[in-house]
Design a protein around this ligand. Sequence first.
Ligand SMILES: [Zn+2]
Length: 160
Amino acid sequence: MAWMNSCHFAIRIEEPDGEKLPSHLNLLARGLKLNDIRCLLCSYRVESLNHTLFSCEIALEIWSMVRIWVDIPIPFFENWLEWLSWHQGWTGSSRQKMRLYAIVATLSWILWRYRNAFLFDPGKMKKQELYDLIRLYSYNWCKDRGKDCISWTDWLIKPL
Ligand SMILES: [Zn+2]
């Protein structure tokens, strides 16, 4: 199930030694010779996991759609730990917290998948699909893992 992949992705990027995924910055740090370490998606900044998930223009676009959808004032984050720390301090109910965590973990996983598709299988994922995939997979996460009984229609209208 797709939501399990986003769950595993979140667990992986939460590990204390952090960014192990093969971003350009990491590959460079591991000694690989790369001709170009710029972000694949924007060609503007050095590609790191944090850039891909939080500050790339595509990430900013997706985050802003999600902010509007969840309808709470979520600040901008530079990395996963900043997001986690904000999430822990956020005063939502435990159900709202679970839902928001599922949404952000899914958003992150989808952005990373999109980056990989861009690299290995261009055209496989379309930018216009990302927001819908996030809403669908995070919904499945909440239904299957969180035993949440919110309806699909309610989820689309008011997920938190
Ligand atoms: Zn970028």
